[in-house]
Design a protein around this ligand. Sequence first.
Ligand code: ZN
Length: 273
Amino acid sequence: MDLPDTSVITCKSCGSTFRGNYCNQCGEKVIKASERSFKTFLNNVLISITFADSKMIKTLWLVLKKPGFISKEFAEGRRVNYLNPTSLFFVLNLIYFFFPLIQLFNASLNTQLLSPFRSFYQPIIAHKIVNLGMELSSFSLVYNLKTTGFAKLMVMIFVFIGSLPLNFLYRKRNRFFTDHIGYLVELACFNLFVNAIVLSILAAFGLGRFLNEEILTTVFISTNLYFLLRSGRVFYGERGWRLFLKAGLMILFLKVALEVYRAILFFVTIWSL
Ligand SMILES: [Zn+2]
């Protein structure tokens, strides 16, 4: 282990002087000779290829095992030991959109035609198909390609809408507006991993035929209840029947947030074609 050097160092990025391993003005790290070795270089390449940084694994594991804990750590200023949940969210988002087999934050034309607003969508789609002079099958192909691209960028809209009810459900809990958004980012990470990536992998390995609409709904509701009950206690300090009531309400709000997000996604996609 390297002991911190007590000599005064001039920062290579901002020019200020300091003692120790990091610049206290801009945060630049002092690079030692050992860190420029080939072994360290290979290690860094491995981390950037696999995203499997130890902080990321640890953070993801805590999101699964102890929901709400990471949000609490971040809200209360203990951050250096974890990957920022927003970064985790973007990494998981990237992985999910390589193979978005499970329709969660992605919504194909078929999925949109099952939405509660479908009777409203049908004439819009019919009109668009006539305008473009396309067959339904080729239109569907173009639509799905476009909408996947938009979904990847727009999924933050779901996070924002989903966090709004928390402002009145937990308004007395000494949490700020941005804390609620941070908490929803953690919930989105949980869902991206459990209900999008893991389920997509299972579907890819031939379990798709078991994953019908009823099973998926049951999985979504039970995993989110697990998250909301545990995190409601850890992050908001809620207990007893109020915890159950608020978790139940949040399930409904999340469903609404998902449908509103998908509706926005539909109109943006249609408008772009
Ligand atoms: Zn500096």
